[in-house]
Design a protein around this ligand. Structure first.
Ligand SMILES: [Zn+2]
Ligand SMILES: [Zn+2]
Length: 347
């Protein structure tokens, strides 16, 4: 803890700009700090009485102690705070919170995870039409790549210089002041993120995103021809398929095939070569995740017919895809066991 803030006790609770619907806690802190012409990390230190919290992933989880600090220094209702923390809102895609500290599907935003390519994603139309532009909770989820409101592709870097979106470091020279909307500028070249191109997704990517969004908000729903009473049962299987297509050596040929038949950018093939074997799919770049969204639409529309067909074409049997250390939901396991058992693949 920096000595500057030690012993600083507020006799009143800070009145901040209100938090927006589905806003990330970090986004709310940033907006308020810049409005007060203060570094966001500084505001975080005042609120939590701890300089390190800003560098941790405050959108995802907060300790009981930190929640108490927040509620006692800032005027915010407990229920509004509960609505923003991902750990309180992940039942439909990660219901096993007690088992692990890490929440599946949450994109890393560069906190404690250097060298990883993922970053928060955003919709350029949302932030340019919002009365108060802000970053949403949904934008941190790896199974979404398109805005559910505007049907345009998310972006995860600056359209001009390619830098990832940085919501952690805000620096200014001595005499410069923060501007209220500095958080909408690229941290490297200062381009306005609102001016980024608005890209329409292809049909497959859009359809998968719509279905995923429904599963996320309702807790159940349809994916292609299948109905899932519990969203996470689909998401668990999707993650296995995604790992195979994007990270496993055995899935490389199939990956190239998806790129070819969908006329996707060939640079994804070079990008994929760089991916480490045991990467988590949600830590991959937006472009990579797009490929798996398209693949999901292709195999789920008539599950499991097209899936079995494409696996047979590429000689993929259960052993190429299955790892005994992982769990597989029944809908996927059943197909791996019955249709993709090695002896079934002959002829
Ligand atoms: Zn949008
Ligand atoms: Zn830039």
């Amino acid at each position: 803890m920096s000595s500057k803030y030690q012993g600083l006790e507020l006799s009143y609770r800070l009145q901040l700009l209100p938090i927006c619907k589905d806003e990330l806690l970090r986004s709310w802190f940033i907006r308020n700090a810049l409005f007060l012409n203060m570094k966001p990390s500084q505001l975080s230190t005042i609120i939590f009485q701890n300089t390190d919290i800003w560098k941790s992933d405050i959108d995802t989880q907060l300790s009981k102690k930190n929640i108490e600090s927040l509620l006692s220094t800032v005027k915010i209702k407990k229920e509004d705070l509960d609505k923003t923390l991902i750990s309180f809102n992940c039942d439909y895609f990660h219901p096993h919170l007690n088992d692990s500290k890490q929440i599946k599907w949450v994109l890393s935003i560069g906190v404690h995870q250097r060298g990883q390519k993922s970053s928060i994603q955003y919709c350029p139309v949302c932030i340019s039409t919002d009365k108060t532009p802000y970053f949403r909770m949904y934008w941190r989820l790896g199974f979404l790549t398109v805005c559910n409101i505007h049907s345009v592709c998310f972006l995860d870097n600056c359209y001009k210089c390619g830098a990832s979106i940085d919501l952690i470091r805000y620096e200014k020279n001595h005499n410069e002041h923060f501007q209220q909307f500095d958080y909408l500028k690229c941290s490297q070249c200062y381009s306005d993120l609102r001016d980024a191109p608005k890209i329409k997704p292809c049909y497959y990517e859009l359809k998968t995103n719509r279905e995923h969004f429904q599963l996320l908000t309702r807790g159940y729903g349809n994916i292609g021809n299948s109905n899932f009473n519990y969203s996470h049962i689909y998401f668990d299987g999707f993650k296995r398929i995604m790992s195979f297509i994007l990270c496993s050596q055995n899935g490389f040929e199939m990956f190239k095939y998806i790129i070819r038949i969908n006329n996707l950018d060939k640079k994804y093939i070079t990008d994929r070569v760089m991916i480490r074997k045991h990467s988590e799919p949600e830590h991959l770049s937006l472009g990579m995740r797009k490929v798996s969204m398209i693949f999901s639409c292709y195999i789920m529309r008539d599950w499991p017919i097209s899936f079995i067909k494409i696996c047979k074409e590429f000689g993929i049997t259960k052993r190429y895809m299955y790892s005994p250390h992982l769990s597989y939901p029944f809908w996927l396991n059943k197909v791996l066991d019955s249709e993709l058992a090695p002896d079934k693949n002959i002829g």
